[in-house]
Design a protein around this ligand. Structure first.
Ligand code: SF4
Ligand code: SF4
Length: 353
């Protein structure tokens, strides 16, 4: 049984965050038993795009700050790193508040933009993947996802957050390799998580995002920090807290089919997340109707009233299925692989499913 600790955390007040983090770490056996002085630790927040903390698109910088201070206190060498879907990285680091955290705590912040092809440990569906080598060179990766919905994967939690270890636009080619099959993409996410082997995952669920996430959904107060040494265990606890079954999150389903889905022991405060609104396109169908899914995979549609013609959706579309005409995106639905990267990146909520 893998422990997952959920603790109430009513705000991003620095003292409250630090106290709650210390309690979480102590419930997991103490930070000094996990990380030795002088060891190198990469903190991997969710830095999807250049969005300010109050929008709830990215991991809150004060959570990263509190964790960085705890790690520095025990003598660890800390780096903050991610590879945003849409750059430039210096702007992302500044707008998300991470640059300020790095400066004030005297730690480095890096763009995970280097690429190394590595063998996956299980070699199941994807035998090789491309990762930034620095996530493999450090002694520990601490994974700091944000609790948000995601139109393709249902939710973005511990396992999904590690997709940011794939450098920059290489993510696009991996989306293409997985194609329209969500299960194949989930298998890829699982391979990445198994290769990165994060030592600890702490979910920022003080404020989450529900509905049309992961960038244009609605903010929802949850008031929790949730932690586990195993991202699969953490994801399972959240999915069950939502009143769903592990099979409803495809990364967990793939893990279950491979016999590596952990049993969990939930500790701390209650984790009842029922009523959290899921994205329409990813709502799990009852099992007797699942064979219908391929006929009902929603395609992206433009809401012209909301579109500002920035062209960011076209920049991130893996198969190049979006062209701008008179500052309006035109979708080639024959080419579309339903990855929803366009919907994910559009903070104006102009892409519907
Ligand atoms: S749909 Fe969104 S991302 Fe695409 S051009 Fe319009 S506003 Fe920009
Ligand atoms: S149009 Fe949108 S959903 Fe379709 S492939 Fe491009 S980014 Fe993915």
């Amino acid at each position: 049984m893998i422990p997952v600790i959920s603790l109430d955390c009513p705000s991003y007040d620095e003292k409250v965050l630090k106290r709650t983090l210390e309690e979480l770490l102590s419930a997991l056996g103490g930070i000094e038993n996990l990380i030795k002085p002088t060891e190198k630790v990469l903190i991997k927040p969710n830095l999807l795009r250049a969005s300010p903390p109050e929008k709830g698109v990215t991991t809150h910088p004060l959570l990263v700050k509190a964790l960085t201070e705890i790690l520095k206190d025990i003598g660890a060498q800390v780096i903050i790193g991610d590879s945003p879907s849409l750059g430039p990285f210096p702007l992302v680091a500044k707008r998300t508040g991470m640059l300020e955290v790095a400066k004030s705590n005297g730690v480095e912040i890096i763009n995970l933009d280097q690429s190394l092809t590595v063998n996956t440990p299980s070699g199941f569906s994807f035998k090789k993947i491309e990762l930034d080598p620095r996530v493999l060179e450090v002694d520990h990766v601490i994974n700091l996802p944000k609790l948000k919905t995601h139109s393709m994967t249902l939710l973005t939690l511990g396992v999904k957050n590690l997709f940011g270890c794939v450098p920059g636009m290489k993510k696009t080619s991996w989306h293409l390799k997985a194609g329209i099959d969500r299960k194949a993409f989930s298998a890829l996410l699982l391979e990445i998580a198994l290769t990165v082997k994060s030592s600890l995952t702490i979910l920022d669920a003080v404020w989450g995002m529900e509905g049309n996430g992961p960038s244009a959904g609605n903010l929802r107060f949850i008031g929790k920090l949730i932690a586990s040494k195993d991202p699969l265990a953490l994801d399972r606890a959240v999915v069950e807290g939502l009143g769903l079954s592990p099979e409803d999150l495809l990364t967990l389903k793939v893990a279950q089919q491979r016999g590596i889905l952990p049993e969990i022991k939930l500790l701390g405060d209650s984790l009842n997340l029922k009523g959290f609104k899921l994205p329409k396109g990813a709502i799990p169908l009852p099992s007797q109707f699942k064979f219908l899914r391929k006929f009902f995979i929603p395609k992206p549609k433009l809401d012209p009233q909301k579109c500002e013609g920035c062209g960011e959706c076209a920049q991130v579309c893996p198969p190049g299925a979006i062209k701008l005409k008179d500052k309006r995106p035109i979708f080639d639905l024959e080419k579309c692989i339903c990855c929803y990267c366009c919907q994910e990146i559009c903070i104006r909520g102009a892409i519907k499913l």
